[in-house]
Design a protein around this ligand. Structure first.
Ligand code: 48H
Length: 259
């Protein structure tokens, strides 16, 4: 016999366990798009306690829709080793241009991150940062539904050793740092440089180049790296996002090892 109340108890109990267990982590990743998921995989695989907070119902960010809803993505040679690592199938279109199904890509990145040990929470938005003096110490979270309904409900906080801003074009974490703390960032102008117009080749290179620690304990990846440090957009080519996620993970692993 199935008891309805037991189903509720199981869900509330398990979820609460996971959330309480995530109140303190090594790395909190804000945004479960391609760069955040890639980083989550490599960080968790290294044994770091990694938690991803994703605002939407589904992970994958801007990857689902491929280019203008044609659900294919393009990747270049440099990113094929990461595609292989996640078991994402691809086909050569022309030399140097490979296509993959965007739905398979999101599913594989998500499963890879989870199986590596990352904890993913969907439907939770980062609404602020937590600091001690000038030091970044954690994130302030709320249900996305609270934000959408514009309800005046106070948030909860989580602590982490480092945060990765993988929020895409909006660069939510670095924006908060500048807006609320007047933080001086490790960028060319010390502040948010901003995203530039479409230029795939430059944008892809910049995405990886811009992936860095922009403030003590605060890293940026993917389009958030370009929005923060300045870089062209690149349309539906995703190799740079995967490479950026891996670079972010490598930098964070290095930092936490040396602590
Ligand atoms: C929790 C949040 C919050 C928040 C946002 O946009 P994304 O896919 O990010 P990337 O950088 O991994 O990939 C970028 C790529 O998708 C893209 O947009 C490209 C290649 N554009 C090129 C072009 O020319 O336009 O994912 C970011 C994720 C999303 O899932 C958001 O919902 C999530 O971050 N997010 N999660 N709290 N405050 N803000």
């Amino acid at each position: 016999m199935l008891e309805d109340i037991k189903i509720s108890r199981a869900i509330i109990g398990r979820y609460s366990e996971d959330l309480i267990n995530s109140l303190e982590s090594d790395v909190a990743i804000v945004g479960g798009g391609p760069s955040g998921l890639t980083a989550a995989y490599y960080l968790a695989r290294e044994g770091l306690k990694t938690v991803v907070f994703e605002r939407k119902l589904s992970t994958g960010g801007g990857m689902w829709g491929g280019g203008m809803m044609f659900n294919q993505i393009v990747v270049q040679d440099e990113a094929l080793s990461i595609m292989n690592e996640f078991g994402i199938r691809y086909k050569m279109f022309e030399e140097g241009y490979y296509t993959a199904n965007s739905v398979e890509s999101v599913a594989a990145l998500t499963l890879g991150a989870v199986r590596a040990g990352a904890q993913i929470f969907n439907l939770i938005s980062m609404e602020d940062i937590m600091v001690r003096g000038n030091q970044f110490v954690g994130l302030v979270l709320n249900w996305t539904s609270v934000d959408i309904a514009r309800l005046h409900v106070d948030p909860l906080s989580v602590q982490c050793k480092v945060v990765l801003d993988s929020t895409g074009h909006e660069a939510k974490v670095t924006n908060k740092l500048v807006e609320k703390m007047g933080a001086v960032l490790n960028t060319t102008n010390g502040s948010l440089v901003g995203e530039k117009p479409m230029w795939a080749e430059q944008g892809e290179a910049a995405t990886v180049e811009n992936t860095r620690e922009v403030y003590p304990g605060v890293f940026v990846s993917g389009m958030a790296a370009n929005a923060t440090c300045g870089g062209h957009r690149m349309g539906p080519i995703f190799g740079g996002m995967l490479l950026s996620g891996k670079k972010a993970a490598d930098l964070i692993i290095e930092k936490l090892k040396n602590r």
